[in-house]
Design a protein around this ligand. Structure first.
Ligand code: PLP
Length: 354
């Protein structure tokens, strides 16, 4: 039987309690204005129409943006849909997954009938290429996440080594869904896809462009692999508003640039504030979220206590395979929301709200 896979977000708890959601790591500045305008203007014209099942305009925009060919792009109802296509297409017998990481890789592989072999990250959560390369020998697929969720760490050098050294028959899903909000946005390995027919690079507009509610993800791979992935697509899988909003969002590069600068500043602010608290140890991260170690407290109990006392929701990381029960993950939000989180954590630190 496939394992459960838990996510954060306000519906992971009693959503009426949530005042500030620091559990979902989406763009703190929201969707670009251009995308919102397109959604508003398109409501009456696009809602009654069947969308383009091939997402042609969106693929054209993505191809231009990524400097690649349309035949290499597939578009999903969120990146998560493509993870499941990938597993259905390639995860037959055995897959390799460094842990802890995003749980959908495990769930999708198990649903496809594959055995999951976890490769534990080092105690500092770094990824070692050689152990993954060894484990991947004879495997159908490897799932990699850069920056990783929940750790927020980039491992671009090690991932390059894995891609270069893995058997060509082993498919690699490289999840870059958070890379556009990371400190090292130039770390993307999309450019490696044309030279590695076994590589699928996965991206999403839900986090970086604040379109989580519309659901929009895409991948870049060889035309042959793209066709294999698309074979699992249901007709009209991406709705018309999402397609139009995606085109508008990609064209607004200034919004992303502004977000990356903003996230960096706010992450430093929050990290430094939390570092001063006795009960918590923030961990360095390259992403728009970071882990906080709770000194001696259980993460599920802590999440619930913080939510009830302050209306602030953090991600309990105990549901990540290999993570233990002493970490929560915090997403960087607007400054006002970050201040609410800071005060709420300070009250927990003083013991006033424990
Ligand atoms: C690493 C990672 N990849 C993919 C996804 C799913 O993205 P989407 O919202 O585009 O389906 C998530 C969602 O949390 C994620 O954390």
């Amino acid at each position: 039987m496939a394992s459960a896979c838990s996510h954060g977000g306000i519906y992971s708890v009693d959503h009426r309690l949530v005042r500030v959601d620091c559990s979902s790591s989406v763009n703190p500045l929201g969707a670009p204005k251009k995308a919102i305008t397109v959604i508003k203007n398109g409501a009456s014209s696009l809602a009654p129409l069947y969308p383009d099942p091939e997402c042609r305009d969106l693929k054209k925009s993505l191809a231009r943006h990524l400097e690649t060919d349309i035949s290499r792009i597939t578009v999903g109802n969120g990146a998560v849909e493509i993870i499941h296509w990938f597993a259905q297409a390639f995860a037959k017998r055995r897959v390799v997954i460094p842990a802890p990481t995003f749980c959908e890789y495990e769930l999708a592989s198990q649903r496809a009938g594959a055995h999951v072999m976890f490769v534990p990250l080092a105690p500092d959560f770094s990824l070692g290429a050689s152990t993954v390369i060894d484990a991947a020998k004879g495997a159908d697929a490897v799932f990699l996440c850069n920056p990783n969720n929940p750790t927020g760490l980039l491992a671009t050098g090690e991932i390059k080594k894995i891609i270069k050294n893995a058997d060509s028959s082993t498919r690699i899903l490289l999840d870059e869904c958070f890379i556009e909000l990371a400190d090292g946005t130039t770390d993307t390995l999309v450019k490696m896809a044309p030279d590695h027919d076994n590589l699928v690079v996965l991206r999403s507009l839900t986090k970086s462009h604040g379109l989580a509610g519309l659901r929009l993800g895409y991948s870049v791979s060889s035309p042959e692999v793209t066709e294999k992935l698309s074979a699992f697509r249901v007709p009209w899988n991406v709705n018309g508003l999402a397609q139009a909003a995606g085109v508008a969002a990609i064209s607004d590069r200034a919004h992303l640039t502004k977000t990356v600068r903003f996230v960096k500043k706010e992450k430093t602010f929050l990290y430094n504030k939390i570092k001063k608290m006795r009960s918590f140890a923030p961990l360095a991260s390259d992403a728009n979220y970071f882990l906080v170690k709770l000194n001696g407290r259980n993460s599920t109990e802590f999440r619930d206590a913080l939510l009830i006392k302050s209306g602030v929701l953090v991600r309990d990381c105990s549901t990540f395979t290999g993570m233990g029960s002493q970490h929560v993950r915090i997403a960087v939000k607007t400054h006002r929301e970050n201040l609410i989180l800071q005060k709420a954590l300070e009250r927990m630190d003083d013991g006033k709200a424990s």
